[in-house]
Design a protein around this ligand. Structure first.
Ligand SMILES: Cc1ncc(COP(=O)(O)O)c(C=O)c1O
Length: 391
């Protein structure tokens, strides 16, 4: 077992999870109303995670536009808005359609290209404030053609690549050229810049240099836009790993973290939160112990997304809370194989265990509903409203 994993295990076993929370989580796990596999969400922890991020943003004068792809739930989005979020972020227009009834401005953080996406963006713009990130002339031209006009402009942010090399223009001149194209359309509104520092996965104490480098590119874009008479109003950035260090990236006016609301083993093992900040657990039942040194649970890749852990790729498919020495070595569709050869005690057939997913966002997208429980012990079914909205 790695030193990092040992320390996580030690924390689980110790007071760090908090005795009351641990008792509560255990009683939820064993609640007969839950049929496994299912996701259990600790509502009190979600509210605390939301509050923490809102407090950081308020203290730094940053607007918060949380990415709802993590929870895909109107109810949780409303909690974020109630805590002061200035708007919501989604990836796909289908998710925007689900979040639109909440009435907040929505940023679609994805290139608007397909006819179906453009149609939805046009419809949503008739009803509320919609912003879109774009990095090509084609996207902007298509958006202008699909936008409703009649005074309802689509806000557009030019996507600038700050180092992830996924989307975004890579030089300030391209940024200005796209901003001019947006400004030339009477159906669009140039709102500013968009970037995603999703390449930064070093520990928070080591983030100053990469965030400064990202900030320098943003500054170069801001200067060139300003000297062309198009000073950007919004500079939208942010990821969960970098969120609490956003002040180190010059010029940013708002952030769009998503994962922070639940956290997962990526954020724990990356050093961005503690195990006790993880609000989602997959509750699963042991269905076989026939193979020596191994148990099998009823959560496979159709319940627990199969992502490897980014900061610890050999750590298995999630973390078994009750058996910190166990490793989820393989997921087939409906079976999760857990190596328990290093555990002092091993689970029996029929016993329930709780697994914290490596990547909570795709895991949420695998279920129609989850169980939401609050600190008073009340248990409610939470619909994952935007589940499967990939268009
Ligand atoms: C464009 C964009 N913005 C924001 C986020 C949120 O980042 P995180 O998942 O680290 O909270 C993501 C995550 O995929 C993203 O792709």
């Amino acid at each position: 077992m790695s030193a990092q994993l040992s320390s996580i295990a030690a924390k689980t076993a110790s007071e760090s999870v908090g005795a009351r929370t641990q008792d509560r989580l255990q009683s939820i796990r064993d609640d007969a109303r839950l049929a496994t596999p299912c996701l259990a969400i600790d509502g009190a922890l979600v509210e605390r995670n939301i509050e923490r991020m809102a407090t950081y943003c308020a203290s730094r004068g940053l607007a918060l536009r949380p990415h709802t792809k993590t929870h895909k739930s109107q109810r949780i989005a409303q909690l974020q808005l109630d805590a002061g979020a200035a708007g919501l972020t989604v990836a796909k227009p289908g998710e925007a359609r689900v979040m639109a009834p909440l009435g907040a401005p929505i940023l679609i953080a994805y290139p608007p290209i397909t006819p179906a996406s453009l149609r939805t963006i046009g419809e949503l713009t008739e009803r509320g404030d919609v912003l879109v990130a774009a990095d090509s002339a084609e996207a902007i031209e298509r958006l202008a053609a699909a936008a409703p006009g009649r005074g309802r402009r689509v806000g557009v942010l030019v996507d600038a690549d700050v180092g992830m090399h996924r989307t975004g223009v890579s030089d300030p001149e391209q940024c200005v050229a796209l901003a001019k194209l947006i400004a030339a359309s009477d159906k669009l509104r140039f709102d500013g810049l968009f970037c995603y520092p999703g390449h930064i996965w070093v520990k928070p104490a080591e983030q100053e240099a990469p965030l400064q480098a990202a900030g320098e590119f943003v500054q170069a874009c801001i200067s060139m836009l300003t000297s062309n008479g198009m000073a950007p109003g919004i500079i939208s950035a942010g990821s969960t790993p970098t969120a609490f260090n956003t002040h180190l990236m010059q010029g940013v006016t708002e952030i769009r973290p998503g994962t922070y609301v639940f956290n997962d083993m990526n954020t724990v093992r990356g050093g961005f939160c503690e195990l006790q900040d993880c609000a989602v657990r997959m509750i699963a039942t042991v269905v076989s112990t026939a193979v020596p040194g191994q148990v099998v649970i009823d959560a496979g890749a159709k319940a627990l997304a199969a992502d490897r852990c980014i900061p610890a790729p050999t750590s298995g498919h999630g973390f078994v809370v009750e058996y910190p020495e166990a490793v989820v070595t393989a997921l087939s569709e409906e079976h999760g194989q857990i190596d328990v050869s290093r555990c002092e005690w091993t689970p029996r057939v029929g016993e329930r265990v709780s697994v914290i997913p490596n990547h909570v966002c795709p895991t949420i997208n695998l279920t129609d509903s989850a169980w939401w429980f609050d600190s008073e012990g009340s248990l409610q079914e939470l619909t994952i409203d935007a589940r499967g909205m990939v268009r």
